[in-house]
Design a protein around this ligand. Sequence first.
Ligand SMILES: Nc1ncnc2c1ncn2[C@@H]1O[C@H](COP(=O)(O)OP(=O)(O)O)[C@@H](O)[C@H]1O
Ligand SMILES: [Mg+2]
Length: 424
Amino acid sequence: MAHPKEVGGYNLGRLIIEGKTKQVFDLPEVPGHCLLLNKDRITAGDGVKAHDLEGKAAISNQTNAKVFEILKSAGIKTAFVKIVAPTAFISKKCEMIPIEWVTRRLATGSFLKRNPGVKEGFRFTPPKQETFYKDDANHDPQWSEEQIVSANFNFNGVTIGQDEVDYMRKATILVFEILEKAWALRDCALIDMKIEFGVDSEGNILLADIIDSDSWRLWPSGDKRLMVDKQVYRNLTNVTAADLDTVKRNFAWVKDQLDHLKPNVHHKVVIFMGSPADQAHCQNIAKVARDLGLNVDLRITSAHKATEETLRIMQQYEDTHGALVFIAVAGRSNGLGPVLSGNTSYPVINCPPPSEKLVQDIWSSLSVPSGLGCATVIYPDSAALMAAQIIGLQDYIVWARLRVKQLEMATSLRQADKKLRNQV
Ligand SMILES: Nc1ncnc2c1ncn2[C@@H]1O[C@H](COP(=O)(O)OP(=O)(O)O)[C@@H](O)[C@H]1O
Ligand SMILES: [Mg+2]
């Protein structure tokens, strides 16, 4: 088959690989990147069942882009770059790790066959993670972690050992949980999904390939009968034109729903400081909070010297925002946090500035009158993280950024440990 020479204004190089649903082309003018061209093709059963489905490539392209945008904004490292044509997008060029990483919230489908006795709908907490070796000829056999490590894969200079497998397993579960929370906003239950990872030319392990209606089971209202994913196609014995139309309509519905998966809660973190002298400390809190994607305001007001003004400012915020956290920064005797806390039902976090007298001063934040529920931390990043945890209860993107941060911390500690071991 003749290949296109150009797509979306990009000159195509050689066809790197062609699979069941996509072609991957080199981009000679964009080093380190490739172009993925979706096909109007739907397949199931390792390609045994296959049909042309006009319009599927464009729906898939949009679905994938929207899903990857959500994951990107949550801080997940992905290969996706941008859409460049109705059926094509640019991605970082990867050497792909030939493993399908599957996560399940409820037991259904092939899990039930492989685990006789487990009833459909069994709920996994935490989600169940399984790995399959990509090998159509042998029906993608399930692989254990030991098998993956023993394969001694090396892609773009990275050996896939225990550390890399651990990272991918954690990232896989995180991706599932993010999309599960996202879909919950539309009352859709994400039942299970599969993803793939690749290694880019710089040796980064990235979430790659695509995520579309072929990648998951999605049950509106948690009702299997309402399924809108590729399972509808898998279940068909005789595939009619009307059936294919239903499948396509479902896929298009999913693509459109993805526009409504952004967190719909406005939030604000207001840092009150008792004196301009506390600004440096407050800026440290604001920086960590903003890096987590929080909207932050900084205000100067003294609860001791200008009580009415303090309460007036506080009430202005209560009036205008949904998810709201106050952080109170006051040296010496902290009247600010307890006064805010005694007059609002929103959370207040005390974070007194560093001082030689902190050990004595801290008691004004800790030993508060009855009826007050403010919390106290002393490090700027602790205050920002706690605020993010509170906002994250209502905003899954903020929640996800916290989880990504934890995953990155664990990874960098492990890398430091590895470096140290290699030195000795
Ligand atoms: N960013 C990328 N860089 C290089 N190859 C990729 C990238 N993303 C996906 N691929 C590969 O593109 C190939 C074609 O995709 P697809 O048609 O889904 O294949 P398959 O039938 O093997 O699932 C797959 O082998 C997939 O691993
Ligand atoms: Mg595929």
